[in-house]
Each structure stands twice: as structure tokens, then as C-alpha cells.
Write a protein that binds this ligand. Structure first.
Ligand SMILES: NC(=O)c1ccc[n+]([C@@H]2O[C@H](COP(=O)([O-])OP(=O)(O)OC[C@H]3O[C@@H](n4cnc5c(N)ncnc54)[C@H](OP(=O)(O)O)[C@@H]3O)[C@@H](O)[C@H]2O)c1
Length: 246
């Protein structure tokens, strides 16, 4: 079950946190992982995969730069001749209450979290259509489903990913390509370490399963959606949030 041997998977934002966890898990199931982040920052993730006997290569990409994304995808097609899985995980947060939020904070978050995923999806779809198979998995957020004060930009980008995924899922379904979202709740990474202890405690109190999630929790859901066993699931939003939002 959930075998990915022979599959080529691109994971953006694979240098740390959830993306690193996804890269390690997909590689452990047999995938060849293209671990992408800015400036070869995912080199340590690749080294970890290779040391464990897996297959991975490092790639530099800035998801806010369309040319960089197109070059990444073209390089993978040239080297491997196929792309089976794209995980749009790279993301940023620039939190601020709405009255204080700068237009730059809005634009930067939409550019990385939503437009970046659109550009990467558009770039891989041509290859996936030709293959008549493929998996696009977008890492959204519980915040895109329930909102969060101080995150209008982030919530909009993550809700946008859900709408984009459903529309794209309908466009490409007839060619054997599935498009799904995973919505993590509060997961322990650099992104959430930036939240104050008090805020972390407030959030934790709202999690029925009584703990903050891990990158491995999210990676397991991604691995399932990437597998052949999930071939009849598309346009779905899979919550990995400890019951925080039902
Ligand atoms: N942590 C949570 O609680 C949580 C909850 C829900 C959803 N999420 C989502 O899960 C994803 C990963 O979050 P995380 O907590 O693991 O964040 P993180 O620890 O801050 O890591 C973010 C990753 O995104 C990459 N990245 C950022 N901007 C990029 C760009 N312009 N081009 C390429 N890569 C870029 C970073 O790579 P470099 O900086 O090395 O380039 C890094 O690998 C994000 O989409 C986030 O919104 C997180």
C-alpha cells in the first residue's frame, strides 16, 4: 500500500518544516524526490534522503518567479521524462491586523502561496496530460477554512488554493490527473515557532486531540493522496488538524 516506487515527485519548500517532512516520507515510500527551495536550501533534506538509501535531488526555485518555476519543471522533464506528483508546499506568512497591513504584505503572501502554486500547477499539467496521469497536492491551511484574525492575506491565499484545486480538478479529471488539498492545523515548524507561547497555548486548547501536529502527520496525508490507492479522490480537502476544525 502507498508504494511510490518509480514515481517522480516535486516538493516545493522542501528545505525545512512540513515540506522537508513530505520529501522524506515520499522518498521513504520509493519516490524520486526533487526537493526544491530557494538557493539550494533543500540540500540537507536531500542528503538525509540519500543517507537513508532513498533517491532525491536538490533544486533551486523561487515560486514567486514564474521563470524560475518553469525552469525547474523543464529540468525535471528533461532529466526524468515525467512528473508524477507536484506538492505545492512553499508558503509564507506576514501577519498583521487589517488596518495595519501593508499592501506589500498582502501581495507577497498571495504571490508565494497562491500564484506560486498556480504557476507550478500550470507548468506540470502539460506533462501530466501527456502521461494521462498525475497528482497535484496543494498545502492549504485550516486558516483558509475557518479564518484567523491577523491573517487576512494568509487566509485568502489558502482559501484561494482550495477553490483553485477544485476548479483544476474538474478540468483535468478526464485525463487521470487528481488535484487535492491538505489543510494542516497547528503544526510545529519554524512558521509556528514564531507565534508567541501564549498564542500557541490558546490554539492548543482548541485541538480535541490535545496536541500540536507534526510534519510527519501532514506528510502521511500527502503520501496517501500521491499513491495509487487515492486514484478515485479528487477535489478533496483533507484536514490534518487534530479536530481543531470539523
Ligand atoms: N506550520 C503550520 O502550522 C502550518 C499550518 C497550515 C499550513 N501550513 C502551510 O504549510 C506549508 C509549509 O509550512 P511550514 O510551517 O513548514 O513553513 P516553514 O517552516 O516556514 O517553511 C517554509 C518553506 O517554504 C519555502 N519557501 C518560502 N518562500 C519560498 C519561495 N518564494 N520560493 C520557494 N520556496 C519558498 C521555504 O524555503 P526557503 O526559505 O529555504 O527557500 C521553506 O522550505 C506552507 O504553505 C504553510 O502555509 C503550515
Amino acid at each position: 500500500m502507498f508504494e511510490l516506487t518509480g514515481k517522480v515527485a516535486i516538493v516545493t519548500g522542501a528545505s525545512r518544516g512540513i515540506g522537508r517532512g513530505i520529501a522524506l516520507t515520499l522518498a521513504a515510500r520509493g519516490a524520486t524526490v526533487v526537493a526544491a527551495a530557494r538557493a539550494e536550501n533543500a540540500a540537507a533534506t536531500v542528503a538525509e534522503i540519500v543517507a537513508a538509501g532513498g533517491k532525491a535531488e536538490v533544486a533551486s526555485v523561487d515560486v514567486t518567479d514564474a521563470e524560475s518555476v518553469t525552469a525547474l519543471v523543464a529540468g525535471v522533464v528533461e532529466r526524468h521524462g515525467r512528473i508524477d506528483v507536484l506538492v505545492n508546499n512553499a508558503g509564507v506568512a506576514r501577519d498583521q491586523l487589517v488596518l495595519r497591513m501593508k499592501r506589500d504584505d498582502w501581495d507577497a503572501v498571495i504571490a508565494a502561496n497562491l500564484t506560486g502554486a498556480f504557476v507550478a500547477s500550470q507548468a506540470v499539467v502539460k506533462t501530466m496530460l501527456r502521461q494521462r496521469s498525475g497528482r497535484i497536492i496543494n498545502i492549504s491551511s485550516v486558516v483558509g477554512q475557518m479564518g484567523n484574525a491577523g491573517q487576512v492575506n494568509y487566509a485568502a491565499s489558502k482559501a484561494g488554493l482550495i477553490g483553485m484545486s477544485k476548479a483544476l480538478a474538474r478540468e483535468v479529471a478526464s485525463r487521470g490527473i487528481t488535484v487535492n488539498c491538505v489543510t494542516p492545523g497547528l503544526i510545529e515548524t519554524d512558521m509556528t515557532r514564531a507565534i508567541t507561547d501564549k498564542a500557541q497555548d490558546d490554539w492548543s486548547g482548541q485541538i480535541p486531540l490535545g496536541r500540536i501536529g507534526t510534519a510527519a502527520d501532514v506528510a502521511a496525508a500527502v503520501c496517501f493522496l500521491a499513491s495509487d490507492e487515492a486514484s478515485y479522490i479528487t477535489g478533496h480537502v483533507l484536514a490534518v488538524n487534530g479536530g481543531m476544525y470539523m
